[in-house]
Design a protein around this ligand. Sequence first.
Ligand SMILES: [Zn+2]
Length: 282
Amino acid sequence: MTQIAPVDADARRAVKPVICYPTDTLPKPDMALYEAARSGLTKVGDVVVPPREAAYIEVPAGHFLRIVSIEGPQVGDLNLFSGSDLAERFYSGKTRALHGTHVTTGDQLWSSFPYMRPMATIVADTLDWYGIDEFGASVHDVIGTRCDPYTGRLLNGRDYHHCCHSNLIRSLSDAVGLGVIEAEVLVHDVLNVFMCTGFTRDTGQYFMKQSPVRPGDYLELFAEIDLLAVMSACPGGDCSSEHSSDTANCHPLLMEVYKPRDDALEGWSSPAKNQYDRTHGR
Ligand SMILES: [Zn+2]
């Protein structure tokens, strides 16, 4: 039952919000250095992510990972792991707390506790023109989790095996030689590449809408540490109608790895793990 509002309800609602984590004191990535390095790139690897499947690629520290739309509109669910320690992985929630619900050029992708350091920096985003639309939607979100067979089972009673969660599990399993049970606990909340999402203003529900991505669009990351990137081409396709089924039109995605010239990153080094002493007051 809705409670009776206090007499000062309007005044309470009118209180101005305060940014939880002002980022003025965050160390800033040297975007000019990265931009200069991008002028002399050599492609050293690539992998096509088939529709309704996932694929992986290793990205050495100091290299660039370009995620490219090919053939047709498609969103990708990206997991990032440290190349040397699977316990260090992308932390969607903290990235959201620091940079907002959607990420673009200049934002960094942070790793889990206790490492909590930038794993990657976004250096290019051909969809940055989209901004925030009239519904409050934007592109490349860190608010969704990934489509998964458990929620599908709860909501419609069916088992579907090509949700992003399962696709990521199979691909990670192939990448590191773990069984699906062991791999499953390592798969984590994703960066939704090219996905256009927001929260409804009236009910606060997570919504998706047709992605504005066109073939040739790309999101490019600079690897701050050695990375294992695993990405699923979501069974939702461009996420204009539904996911977790074989109904939507799906297309492949491309992951490319580029190496800069040897002297291009002078002065740069991988960020250290978080310096908190981990005593937690004991
Ligand atoms: Zn999905």
